[in-house]
Structures are given as C-alpha cells and as structure tokens.
Design a protein around this ligand. Structure first.
Ligand SMILES: NC(=O)c1ccc[n+]([C@@H]2O[C@H](COP(=O)([O-])OP(=O)(O)OC[C@H]3O[C@@H](n4cnc5c(N)ncnc54)[C@H](O)[C@@H]3O)[C@@H](O)[C@H]2O)c1
Ligand SMILES: [Zn+2]
Length: 393
C-alpha cells in the first residue's frame, strides 16, 4: 500500500505592479518634468534618487548632443536626482544581445557603482539595448529600478512598454532573460525622426500584427495611414505607435497572464518564423521586417488552411505591401541538413520557448484570433514556395 501523499501547504499571494508610460517630446529639455517625475515617483522623505544613464550608440550618433543635454537636464533637477558615474554609451542593435559578456559585465559594474534597489538604471535606446541593459539591471540585488527611454518605433510601440528583458544565446533569440516590469517608461517621439527607413517602419510591423489579431478598426486606420507612414509623417507615426502601445499594455494588464506562465502567446502572431529569420540572416533582417514577413507567412498559412478567407488574407498582405515591407529575404532560402527550409526549425525553437507545447496564434478574420498547437511543416513549406514565387513577379 502506498503511503498517503504528505499534505502540502499551498503558498499563494499576488503582487501588484504599476508603472507609468508617458509619451512626450524633448525629454531632456530641463523644463520638461516627465522624466524627473517618473524617476522620483517613489522618492521617500525628499531623498534624492540615484540614477545611472546608458544610451544606445546609434541614438547618440544620430543626436550628437544627447549626452550633454542629458547632463544639463540632471543639473537642472539636481535637487531631486543624483547621477551615478558618467553617462555611458553602449553598442546599439542586436550585437549587444548576442554578447553574453556585456550583460554580465554591466551587472558587475552596477554592483560596484553601489546602486541599490531604490536606484534607477536609465536606458535610452532601441529594443535590443533596452532588452540587454534591462536584463543586466534585473540581476544586482535581484533587481534595480529600470526606467526605459525607448528610441525606435518598435521599442515605443511594443518592446519598451512591456515586461520582458533578455539576451540571445547559441543563436536562439531571447534564450536568457527575465520578466521584470520597468519602473517607468518615457517615449520621446522626436527621437524617431533620425531612424533609418527600415527602423522607422519596424514599429508599424508590430502595429499591423496587433491590429490583425485584436482590433479591426485599428487595422482599417493603419490602411488609411499607410501612405503617410511611408513618407515619414510624424503625426501618423505617433498615432500608430500610441495605439499599438495601448493594445500591448492592455494585453499585459488584462489578459490574465502577464508573465506568460501558460503556453499561450497571443501577441506573438507571426513571430515563430520572425525569430528564425533574424537568426538565419545574422540579424541583417531586423525584428520589424522579420515580423512583417512572419505575418505574411502565417496569414497565407491561415488562408491555405481554411481559417481565414481570401479577402481578409489579401487585406493583410496588401497592407504590408503598401507599407513597403520586403516580400522575401534570401536568408529564407537556407536549408537544414534534411534539405528542408531552415526557417522551419523556428517551430521547434518556439515550442521549446513555450514550455514544450506549441501554441501558435492565427487570425480567423481581421481583429479575431485563435490559438492552435498545429503547424504542418509541409503546408508551411508550400506557403514559403508560393511567397518566394510571388516575390519574383
Ligand atoms: N522585450 C520584448 O518584449 C521585445 C519585444 C519585441 C522585440 N524585442 C526586441 O527588440 C529588438 C529590436 O528592437 P528595435 O527594432 O528597436 O531595433 P534595434 O534596437 O536593433 O535598433 C535598430 C537600430 O537603430 C539604432 N537607433 C536606436 N534609436 C535610434 C534613433 N532614434 N535614431 C537613429 N538610430 C537609432 C540602433 O543603434 C540600432 O542600430 C530585438 O532584439 C527584439 O528581439 C523585445
Ligand atoms: Zn515582436
């Protein structure tokens, strides 16, 4: 006879998180209170808040006086904010996430600089820099306060407002990382002006993604905005970025699984192949363009599979085309040892990342999504062939 299982004492508690997400312009204008307010929002008994600034090299190249302006800002707010060390420029783009030594060294530096749990790590940059610095900042003392200043459309609309940080390992995107909500987020819309055309449109790919699965009205609005977005109209981009960020925040707040403990990853529509394409192209294809292709592929799959009607599939593809997203990438032609398209390995990577059970999100119509554990490699391969041929025409 088996002995009865010992009775477990079930430990259960809930933790509430809150953080402000502010859109502004001229974040380092000394007269702009937004950043000082975010940094000092929990300042106890008038003590000054300690903050260390890290900035993306690409951002600093585009805005050469940025560090001086930041220093002037902190001088003007010296009664409430004390800067720790000199502001540091860090490598921009995916290489910072591909080098594990970076995060480790930075965590060590933050410790040595004496930053404690009430001190802020302030990081300005694209999604890659935010992910890597955010990961490093989560380690000393089990987590410093992270204040993000996202500087790309993608980071302002999506990655910078969320709760994930991480770096890549062994060619696998975000293989090491933590869930750690930021202390605050301040989006300076002016910074977007200096982005390359591809990075300018990066956030639009995430906006189309979330519109297709969540919000038909926003999808129609993006259709109307497409020509303005392409000709780099500030107001059109502000609208796209703000609405995308709102939908993202709503999902984290209200969908019931902010730390993704279940298998569902509803906002990752189009992402299984996007992550694979980024890695296969050695990051020559950025996250935004890769997501745009991932949406193309999964939309076609949903249509071929009979989940999505032709009119809706055409509407999605048509919007991607009008936004000028590439229809094909040569990295998609790479083959695995078994002769199949190497991008298919992305399905396995995705499955591992989700905890062993595949959960892919597909649209059933514009603004309506569902989840499935099915991914038929032969049908994906057929869709890839069709997309390659269509791109040649
Ligand atoms: N944490 C998350 O939830 C999450 C979500 C989506 C994407 N991501 C990650 O975000 C990363 C992509 O982020 P991204 O699209 O912002 O690209 P990125 O961070 O690679 O930045 C693109 C380029 O723009 C430069 N740059 C940044 N700001 C600039 C500015 N204002 N003017 C001129 N150049 C500027 C950077 O130096 C870089 O060279 C990927 O690593 C992706 O995995 C994370
Ligand atoms: Zn994404």
């Amino acid at each position: 006879m088996n002995a009865p299982a010992p009775r477990a004492q079930v430990q259960s508690f809930a933790v509430r998180f809150d953080y402000p997400v502010v859109f502004t312009r001229g974040v380092f204008d000394p007269a702009n209170p937004a950043l000082a307010e975010v940094l000092t929002r929990r300042a106890a008994d008038r003590r000054r808040v300690r903050a260390a600034l890290f900035a993306d090299a690409g951002l600093v190249t585009a805005w050469p006086d940025l560090m001086e302006r930041a220093a002037a800002y902190f001088r003007a707010h010296a009664d409430r904010i004390e800067t720790v060390g000199s502001p540091r420029v860090v490598p921009g783009g995916e290489p910072i996430k591909n080098d594990p030594r970076f995060a480790w060294k930075l965590a060590d530096e933050l410790l040595r600089a004496g930053l404690d749990r009430h001190a802020c790590v302030l990081v300005a940059g694209g999604g890659a820099v935010l992910d890597a610095v955010g990961f490093a900042a989560a380690l000393p003392h089990r987590g410093l306060r992270l204040v993000r200043l996202p500087s790309t459309t993608l980071a302002q609309a999506d990655s910078g407002v969320g709760v994930k940080n991480g770096i890549n390992r062994g060619g696998v995107k975000n293989a090491l990382g933590v869930f750690a909500p930021p202390f605050g987020v301040v989006n300076d819309l002016d910074w977007l002006r200096t982005l390359s055309d591809a990075d300018w449109m990066g956030g639009v790919a995430e906006a189309i993604k979330v519109a297709v699965i969540r919000d038909a009205a926003f999808f129609r609005e993006l259709g109307a905005l497409a020509p303005d977005l392409r000709r780099r109209d500030d107001a059109a981009m502000e609208r796209a970025v703000r609405r995308c960020a709102e939908l993202h925040l709503e999902h984290i707040r209200a969908a019931g699984d902010p730390f993704e403990q279940g298998t569902a990853r509803p906002l990752d529509f189009g992402h299984w192949s996007a992550h694979a394409l980024e890695s296969l192209s050695r990051n020559r294809v950025g996250h935004g363009a890769a997501v745009a292709f991932g949406i193309r592929l999964d939309t076609r799959y949903a249509w071929r599979r009979g989940w999505l009607d032709a009119a809706a599939a055409d509407a999605v593809t048509g919007l991607l085309d009008r936004c000028g997203f590439p229809k094909w990438h040569t990295a998609l032609e790479r083959r695995s040892r078994d002769g199949r398209p190497a991008v298919l390995e992305g399905i396995e990577r995705f499955r591992e990342h989700l905890g062993g059970r595949l959960a892919l999100t597909f649209p059933r119509g514009i603004g309506v999504a569902f989840e499935t554990d099915e991914a038929d490699p032969a049908l994906v391969e057929r869709c890839l062939d069709e997309l390659r041929q269509a791109a040649r025409q």
